[in-house]
Design a protein around this ligand. Structure first.
Ligand code: ATP
Ligand code: MG
Length: 325
């Protein structure tokens, strides 16, 4: 009898890897609408959803590596230094000879919404290639986390499919956070989404994003359909309302911790990274969910998307002092 692979694959199989954009974020100090007049700005803060995710994996003690590209500029240096300091393998981050590091300018609106000015597609973030260090990282990986934002980076796609094939062949596992809005789903991205979902062991959507996987009457029905299709675990993120984990024959609710939200960007990335890492390190679903909720909560209390990534000690401190909302 062959043993069924455990989900997600244990830490010993190799590092958790991800692919996608590394950015700096520069934010308006005062809330308001857009960027139509001179504003006081603060930054650069290391950012990019895959970068935040992988930083959180490493800070929690998981082996971690990222495939990405930055420019030969300070914005790239800020990111690479931060990731390396926190323990991420940066060997597969290349430096574009001609393009600057990607940027995101963000301003919060008084109603909690956000206005952005992005430079991602025409920045170094899009300048990925299958180099020797990229191949080497993929070949030793135990788990691939796919961030949906990478589906719209044309040069990321061949690397992502190669990583999916290799990781699966090694007995590794795949998690998928859509991080995509419905308006971004072109025919091409819809097709890529389906390819990734078919290989996904652990799906980590927000409430709205679960319906990108297929129409359904409600979240429970959508999750049940995914489990029936072979996704081992679905964890739905609901911001300050917590999260729900669905698996075959079991549903677990995980309340959020009560904290004051300063900057919501990155909560989902930290939550997903902590859940994956805790599971890979051998924690059961309940314990992993609590660590993930603590990581999401702690992230929103600090300004800057990557400033609120947490060590295991910081998560335990929040869990022992924090109140569940
Ligand atoms: P994003 O893509 O904007 O990072 P997301 O939709 O992927 O967000 P969220 O649901 O916003 O992810 O956050 C993930 C988890 O982090 C939540 O399930 C919750 O546990 C925690 N969290 C997020 N916001 C808060 C908050 N304001 N207070 C407490 N916990 C929070
Ligand atoms: Mg998200």
């Amino acid at each position: 009898m062959t043993a069924k692979p455990t989900c997600p694959a244990p830490e010993a199989l190799g590092p958790t890897i991800t692919i996608g954009e590394i950015l700096v974020e520069i934010m308006a100090e005062e809330p308001g609408d857009g960027f139509l007049q001179p504003l006081a700005l603060i930054g650069p803060y290391p950012s990019g959803a895959p970068a935040i995710f992988i930083d959180q994996v490493a800070k929690m003690g998981g082996a971690a590596g990222i495939i990405a590209a930055v420019g030969r500029d300070d914005f790239g240096e800020v990111n690479v230094r931060r990731l390396a300091r926190d323990g991420v393998d940066t060997s597969a981050i290349s430096r574009s000879a001609s393009l600057p590091t990607g940027t995101a300018f963000v301003r919060y609106r008084p109603d909690g919404g956000r206005d952005f000015v992005f430079n991602i597609a025409h920045s170094a973030a899009g300048d990925l290639a299958m180099t020797d260090p990229v191949r080497a990282l993929i070949e030793r990986a135990g788990h691939l986390h796919v961030m949906g934002t990478a589906l719209s980076i044309p040069r990321a796609w061949p690397i992502l499919t190669a990583a999916l094939d290799t990781v699966k062949r090694r007995g590794g596992s795949v998690s998928f956070d859509p991080n995509l809005r419905k308006e971004l789903m072109s025919a091409e991205i819809t097709e890529r989404f389906a390819t990734v979902l078919a290989a996904t062991d652990l799906f980590l959507p927000s409430e709205a994003e679960i319906f990108l996987a297929g129409e359904a009457a409600d979240v429970d029905t959508a999750a049940a359909a995914l489990i029936a299709r072979g996704v081992a675990e679905v964890v739905v993120k609901r911001g300050a309302r917590g999260a729900t984990r669905y698996a075959s024959g079991s549903t677990l609710e995980c309340p959020a911790f009560g904290v004051t939200e300063i900057d919501p960007t990155g909560a989902g990335d930290c939550f997903g990274a902590s859940y994956v890492t805790a599971r890979r390190l051998g924690h059961g679903p309940e314990a992993a969910l609590r660590l993930a909720a603590a990581a999401g909560a702690r992230n929103v209390t600090l300004r800057g998307p990557m400033e609120g990534t947490s060590t295991l000690a910081e998560l335990h401190e929040l869990m022992s002092s924090g109140e569940e909302a």
